[in-house]
Write a protein that binds this ligand. Structure first.
Ligand SMILES: NC(=O)c1ccc[n+]([C@@H]2O[C@H](COP(=O)([O-])OP(=O)(O)OC[C@H]3O[C@@H](n4cnc5c(N)ncnc54)[C@H](OP(=O)(O)O)[C@@H]3O)[C@@H](O)[C@H]2O)c1
Length: 243
C-alpha cells in the first residue's frame, strides 16, 4: 500500500490537497489533524467519494514523541505500507508586533511549522531513502520568502523551512526523492477568514484571494512522477505579489 501523508489535512489547504490527491493519484491518503476530528472525518468522506482510500491519524506535529509514537503504532499495524509522499502542511499563525510578542507566540508558531517539518519528515526519511523514491512538499508562505510585518514569528518559521527544503533536497536527490516548498500568498481558508479581504486584495495583482484548490493542484503536480526533475525549489502561488 503506497501512501501520501498530509499533515493538517482536516481543513483548508490540507483538506483540499487530500481531496486532489484522491482524484489525481493512486495513493492511500493519510489525513493528519490535531484537534478538529469532525473536519478530518469530513475530509476522509470526500476522499472516499472520489474513489480513493484513506484514514485519519491524529497527532500534534510539534510534539516529537507523539509523532514518533503514533507513526510507529501505525507502521506496526501496516508493515507493508510505504509512505512515498509527505506534505508538511500543518501550520498556525499568532500574529502581533514583535515588540509585544510573547515567548509562547514565538515558540508555538516555530514549533508547528519548523519542528513539525522535522518531526514528521525525520520519521520517514530513512525508509524513503531505502525505498529510493519519495516526494516531500513543505507548505511555506510568502511571509517566509519576503517577510511580513506583524508576523516575525511566522516569517522566521517559514523562512527556516525554506532553507531546510533547499538543504534536504541536495542530501536526498540521488535517491529519487524530491523536496520542494510551496509558498502561497492570501488563500481563502479559516486562517485568513479574519483578514480584511477587500483591503488586502489591493496588494494582489490578480485582484482576489486564492482558493485552496488552486494550491492543491500545484501540490498534486509536485508529488507526481511528472515533477521528477524539480527539487529544492520554492514555488510561489500568490496571484502575482512580488516576492
Ligand atoms: N491560508 C493562507 O493564506 C496561507 C498562506 C500561506 C501559507 N499558508 C500555510 O498553509 C498551511 C495550511 O494553512 P490553512 O490556511 O489551510 O490553515 P487552516 O485552515 O488554519 O488549517 C490548519 C490545519 O493545520 C492543522 N494543524 C494546526 N496545528 C497543528 C498541529 N500542531 N499538528 C497537526 N495539525 C495541525 C489543523 O488541524 P485541526 O483542524 O485539527 O485544527 C488544520 O488542519 C499552513 O502551513 C499555513 O501556514 C496558508
Amino acid at each position: 500500500m503506497k501512501c501520501a501523508l498530509v499533515t493538517g489535512g482536516s481543513r483548508g489547504i490540507g483538506s483540499a490537497i487530500c481531496q486532489k490527491l484522491a482524484e489525481d493519484s493512486q495513493y492511500h491518503i493519510l489525513i493528519n489533524y490535531q484537534a478538529n476530528k469532525e473536519a478530518a472525518e469530513k475530509t476522509l468522506e470526500e476522499v472516499i467519494k472520489r474513489g480513493a482510500t484513506g484514514e485519519i491519524i491524529q497527532f500534534n506535529v510539534s510534539d516529537f514523541d507523539e509523532v514518533k509514537n503514533k507513526l510507529t503504532q501505525w507502521q506496526d499495524v501496516n508493515p507493508e505500507a510505504i509512505v512515498e509522499v509527505i506534505v508538511n502542511n500543518a501550520g498556525i499563525t499568532k500574529d502581533g508586533l514583535f515588540m509585544w510578542m510573547s515567548p509562547e507566540d514565538w515558540t508555538s508558531v516555530v514549533n508547528t511549522s519548523l519542528n513539525g517539518f522535522f518531526n514528521v519528515t525525520n520519521f520517514f526519511i530513512q525508509k524513503m531513502l531505502r525505498n529510493k523514491y519519495g516526494r516531500i512538499v513543505n507548505m511555506v508562505s510568502v511571509s517566509g520568502v519576503k517577510g511580513t510585518p506583524g508576523q516575525t514569528n511566522y516569517s522566521a518559521a517559514k523562512g527556516a523551512v525554506v532553507a531546510a527544503t533547499k538543504a534536504l533536497a541536495q542530501e536526498v536527490a540521488k535517491r529519487n526523492i524530491t523536496v520542494n516548498a510551496v509558498a502561497p500568498g492570501f488563500i481563502r481558508t479559516d486562517m485568513t477568514s479574519q483578514l480584511d479581504e477587500k483591503e488586502l486584495i489591493k496588494l494582489v495583482p490578480v485582484n482576489r484571494f486564492g482558493e485552496a484548490e488552486e494550491v492543491a493542484d500545484l501540490v498534486s503536480f509536485l508529488v507526481s512522477k511528472k515533477a521528477s526533475y524539480i527539487t529544492g525549489e520554492i514555488i510561489n502561488i500568490n496571484g502575482g505579489i512580488y516576492s
